[in-house]
Design a protein around this ligand. Structure first.
Ligand SMILES: [Zn+2]
Length: 435
C-alpha cells in the first residue's frame, strides 16, 4: 500500500475488540448501545480517527467515524445491539471468552464480530494507508427491532453522514447443499408486512351456540384460507441465477422458469435449501398468533390473529391487500409492522469488486447473490439509493453449524474467520479508495 505512514505497533487484535464488545451487554430491548458507542469512541480516539456519537434517545446511541476524503465513498455498516439470550448456554453468554480458537458470546456473529472487524480494518487503514476517497464507519443501534432509532434516524436526519457509493453490511446467507457450503453476497431482502386480523361475532351462551355468531369459527376459516393461499412465483435475475446454480450443482439439467420452479426445486436433495429457495421466490404468509374466547361456555364475539407476511422486492402493502381481498372480506386488518423489500443489483462494478476481492482470499469458489428472508439495516441505505451488500466472509473450513447459533444458544465465531473478515475489508477499501 503505497505512501505508507508510520505503522504503530499497537494495532488492536480483532478478537480482543470483539471480546470487549461482547462484555458490554446491549440486549435489545432495551438496547443500551450508548455504552458500546462509548467504547468505540475511546478506541477510535486512540488512533485519532474523526468520530461522532449520535444519541436520539437516552442510551440508544449509534457511532459513526470516517477517514480520508474525496469523491469516492465506501460505508462499513454494522449494528451494536444484540438479541436476548435464553437459558441453557454452555458458557456465560456475555463473558466474551477467547479459547480454542473462538470468541464466545452473544453477538459474536450477529453482529459484533462485524463491528470489530470493520473497526480494526478502519484503524489499520488509518494507520497505514493514504486513501484517495472517504471510508465511513457506522455501527448503529436498534437493528434487531427494526432500526428505527439507529439506521432509521441516521438515514432520515443525517443522510449525508452515511451516504456512500456502496455499503458492506451483514446479511449474507450461508447456503448449504449436502455437506458443502457456498459463499454468498446478499443483494436484497424481503420486507415484513405484518398484520393483525380481527373477526367480530355475537356472544351467546355456549349451550345455545345457534343464538350467537362465533368469531373464532369465522377466524378459523380465514386462517385456513391463508394457509392454502398459493402466492405468485417471482424470479428476479439474482434468484434465477441462484436457483439455476444449485440445480446444476445438484446434478440436474432442468432449466428453471416461473412455471416449473417448484417441480424442479422439489427434486433437490437438500430440503433446508429448498425451503430457503421457495421463501425467496414468493410472498410468504404465516398466521402465527391467535387469540379468541374467554370461557368454555361463552360463544366468543372477538378473535384476533397476527400474521407474518413477507413481501418480495416489487411488492408492497397495496399488493398484499389486493391479493388477499377475497380471503379478508369482512375481516378488519391493521398493520403491525411494515417495511418495503429492497434489492441492489448484482450487475455492477461494486458487486464485482466485492466478488473478486472475496475470491482473492477464498480461491476460485462459487459465490452467489442471495436474498435475506429477514430484514437488516441495508434497507435504509437502499432507500437512500445506495447499493448495499451483505457479506459473510468465513474461512472455507468454518463449520456451517455456527450460523445456527445466531439468535440461538452458544453463539461463537472462529478467530480465523474474524481475521479473514478484517483482511478482506482492508483490501476491499484499499482497492476502491486507495491511490
Ligand atoms: Zn444482525
Amino acid at each position: 500500500m503505497g505512501n505508507k505512514k508510520e505503522i504503530h505497533s499497537d494495532l488492536p487484535a480483532v478478537e480482543n475488540v470483539l471480546s470487549d464488545l461482547i462484555k458490554i451487554e446491549s440486549v435489545n430491548p432495551p438496547g443500551g448501545e450508548t455504552r458500546v458507542a462509548g467504547y468505540l469512541k475511546k478506541l477510535f480516539d486512540r488512533y485519532q480517527i474523526h468520530n461522532e456519537i449520535i444519541e436520539p434517545e437516552p442510551g440508544r446511541a449509534s457511532f459513526i467515524a470516517d477517514i480520508g476524503g474525496g469523491n469516492k465513498k465506501l460505508l462499513y455498516l454494522s449494528h451494536t445491539d444484540v438479541v436476548p439470550v435464553t437459558d441453557g448456554w454452555d458458557f456465560p453468554p456475555f463473558s466474551g471468552g477467547i479459547r480454542d480458537g473462538f470468541v464466545h458470546g452473544r453477538g459474536a456473529i450477529d453482529c459484533k464480530g462485524l463491528v470489530a472487524a470493520e473497526a480494526c480494518a478502519m484503524i489499520r487503514l488509518a494507520q497505514t494507508a493514504k486513501l484517495n476517497g472517504k471510508l465511513i464507519f457506522a455501527a448503529t443501534a436498534d437493528e434487531e427491532v427494526g432500526g428505527y432509532v439507529g439506521a432509521g434516524v441516521l438515514s432520515r436526519k443525517y443522510p449525508e453522514k452515511i451516504r456512500a457509493d456502496f455499503v458492506v453490511n451483514e446479511g449474507a446467507e450461508s447456503l448449504t447443499l449436502g455437506d458443502k457450503t457456498y459463499h454468498s453476497i446478499s443483494v436484497g431482502e424481503k420486507g415484513p408486512a405484518w398484520m393483525k386480523l380481527t373477526t367480530k361475532g355475537i356472544s351467546s351462551h355456549g349451550s345455545v351456540p345457534i343464538a350467537g355468531n362465533n368469531a373464532v369459527v369465522k377466524m378459523a376459516e380465514v386462517v385456513n384460507k391463508l394457509a392454502k393461499y398459493q402466492p405468485r412465483i417471482v424470479l428476479t435475475p439474482e434468484t434465477k441465477k441462484l436457483v439455476q446454480t444449485f440445480v446444476r450443482l445438484d446434478g440436474l439439467t432442468d432449466k428453471v422458469d416461473e412455471s416449473n420452479l417448484d417441480a424442479v426445486l422439489n427434486k433437490l436433495s437438500d430440503k433446508t435449501l429448498v425451503y430457503y429457495l421457495k421463501a425467496i421466490t414468493r410472498m410468504t404468509i404465516s398466521p402465527d398468533v391467535i387469540r379468541g374466547g374467554i370461557k368454555t361456555n361463552i360463544v366468543p364475539d372477538n378473535c384476533e390473529t397476527e400474521v407474518d407476511v413477507r413481501i418480495l422486492p416489487g411488492q408492497d402493502w397495496d399488493y398484499v391487500m389486493k391479493e388477499l381481498k377475497g380471503i379478508l372480506n369482512g375481516v378488519s386488518v391493521e398493520p403491525i409492522q411494515y417495511s418495503s423489500a429492497s434489492l441492489s443489483s448484482s450487475d455492477n462494478d461494486y458487486y464485482r469488486l466485492i466478488e473478486t476481492t472475496l475470491k482473492e482470499f477464498l480461491g476460485d469458489v462459487t459465490i452467489l447473490p442471495s436474498i435475506c428472508t429477514g430484514a437488516t439495516d441495508s434497507r435504509y441505505l437502499r432507500e437512500l439509493g445506495v447499493p448495499s451488500y451483505g457479506i459473510g466472509v468465513m474461512t472455507l473450513n468454518t463449520d456451517p453449524a455456527l450460523s445456527s447459533s445466531v439468535h440461538g444458544r452458544n453463539e461463537k465465531i472462529d478467530i480465523a474467520s474474524l481475521r479473514l473478515k478484517t483482511d478482506f475489508l482492508v483490501r476491499l477499501a484499499w482497492k476502491y479508495l486507495g491511490d
